[in-house]
Design a protein around this ligand. Structure first.
Ligand SMILES: [Zn+2]
Ligand SMILES: [Zn+2]
Ligand SMILES: [Zn+2]
Ligand SMILES: [Zn+2]
Ligand SMILES: [Zn+2]
Length: 431
């Protein structure tokens, strides 16, 4: 993941070059003065630069070659060698032509910022340059004197609020808006996925089985083995929503249902095995009859999501299944969804903290459950995993968000076993 657009800001000490060209001694004095000024301001400016993800470049006083005509970037006329001028990395202005691109006032100060080859007052750059939209790559417009912007709590990229409803695609997995000029993958049921998420996506039931086994092993390692063999099926969005309507007590997520633990008898179109003939191959769905054999007939998961997200949804649904198979009473949504989210969160964290946990196990005297040693995740997958963890933590719905937060606190205070025991007997978290 590159920082999409590294805006370059040149920190400029503007110099009156004509005075210097013939006076080398003057050069040294001025250079020393520049250094002094810079030292005072470097810290502050570095902070600004860091905040803006910009690079700080010092203008060189020798940037203008005296062999060529010098043309003013403001009025496009020639600047005579005797004239005073402002210079920044070879871009030159008449002193009277240096205009701030934000406020359209003259820049009289001898220090200014360059943002994408345009000059700004220091104060104007400060206000504007860290408010660049990562979607349209333009400055986020002022509304009156204020700048209003949207910002994802994990990715922390700012964007114009208008992109939320101007048809800009949003990744159905990591929630990032599609930057202009980038490609997103369009799934057949209308969802879009960013390139990063789509590089890890799981597309059919067959492809999901290793992950299913991995999560079954995870439950076993927690001493919560599911004895019942439950089919796991990947389905399209529409099929999932239909199946949800068929459930008598299906709590579901407010924004989008991504998984379901099915108890009723239903016939569901399932994506068994996709023919790998390129990204746009048609989905091969077949009707699948779910027969009521026990409390849980199947777990349905939305297809096309990246591995870690699919896994966390699976862990969540497996927890529903476990609760039913263990004969837990009907629970309030914030208790049931809360504890299921706790499991999803635990599994995700076990994946992204792999290096850390492996080290812990190696150093401990090994009475602990041997955790399946996983390959270290790639940087991109690790970052996505962290995003999915934050999505769970920051969910603002009552059942999933508040439920998770209370459940997580209970588990960290009393342990998972104790918390579950308490839920079974009182239908509440132990608080
Ligand atoms: Zn000019
Ligand atoms: Zn200005
Ligand atoms: Zn924008
Ligand atoms: Zn994404
Ligand atoms: Zn649930």
């Amino acid at each position: 993941m590159e920082e999409a657009d590294q805006v370059e800001v040149d920190y400029v000490k503007a110099l009156s070059l004509s005075q210097m060209e013939f006076e080398n001694e003057q050069d040294l004095i001025i250079e020393r003065k520049i250094k002094e000024t810079l030292n005072v301001q470097t810290e502050e400016d570095e902070q600004l630069a860091n905040a803006m993800q910009l690079s700080l470049v010092m203008a060189s006083s020798k940037a203008v070659s005296s062999a060529f005509k010098i043309i003013c970037a403001g009025c496009n006329n020639e600047i005579s060698r005797r004239e005073n001028r402002f210079d920044c990395n070879g871009i030159v202005w008449h002193v009277k032509c240096l205009q701030c691109h934000a406020c359209i006032q003259m820049i009289k100060d001898d220090q200014f910022y360059m943002v994408e080859n345009r000059p700004y007052h220091k104060s104007c750059a400060r206000n504007k340059s860290h408010l660049k939209c990562y979607v349209c790559n333009d400055f986020i417009p002022y509304i009156g004197k204020e700048v209003e912007y949207g910002e994802h709590p994990f990715w922390a990229q700012k964007y114009c609020p208008s992109h939320e409803d101007d048809g800009t695609s949003k990744c159905a997995s990591c929630e990032r808006l599609k930057p202009k000029g980038r490609e997103y993958i369009l799934l057949q049921d209308g969802r879009s996925l960013c390139v990063e998420c789509s590089s890890f996506m799981i597309l059919d039931t067959n492809e999901c089985q290793p992950l299913f086994r991995e999560i079954q092993e995870y439950f076993t390692s927690l001493d919560m083995k599911l004895d019942q063999k439950i089919p796991l099926l990947l389905v399209e969005r529409e099929a999932l929503n239909e199946a949800m309507k068929g459930e008598r007590n299906g709590h579901h997520h407010l924004s989008e249902t991504r998984g379901l633990c099915v108890s009723e008898e239903q016939i569901i179109p399932v994506i068994h095995k996709r023919k790998h003939t390129g990204r746009n191959s048609t989905l091969n769905t077949q009707p699948f009859r779910l027969v009521r054999s026990c409390e849980v007939n199947a777990i349905l998961i939305l297809y096309g999501l990246p591995r870690l997200l699919t896994g966390s949804i699976l862990a969540h649904e497996m927890m529903h299944a476990w609760l039913r198979l263990q004969g837990y009473p009907n629970l309030k949504p914030e208790i049931e969804e809360g504890i299921c989210q706790v499991l999803a969160h635990m599994w995700l964290k076990s994946k992204i903290n792999v290096g850390f946990e492996a080290a812990m196990i190696a150093s401990s005297s090994s009475t602990q459950q041997p955790l399946r040693s996983n390959k270290q995740l790639s940087k991109i997958e690790q970052k996505l995993g962290e995003c999915f963890v934050r999505q769970i933590e920051l969910d603002n719905s009552e059942a999933y968000g508040d439920g998770f937060r209370v459940g997580e606190q209970a588990v960290s205070q009393y342990g998972l076993k104790e918390t579950l025991h308490h839920i079974k007997h009182t239908r509440t978290f132990p608080f």
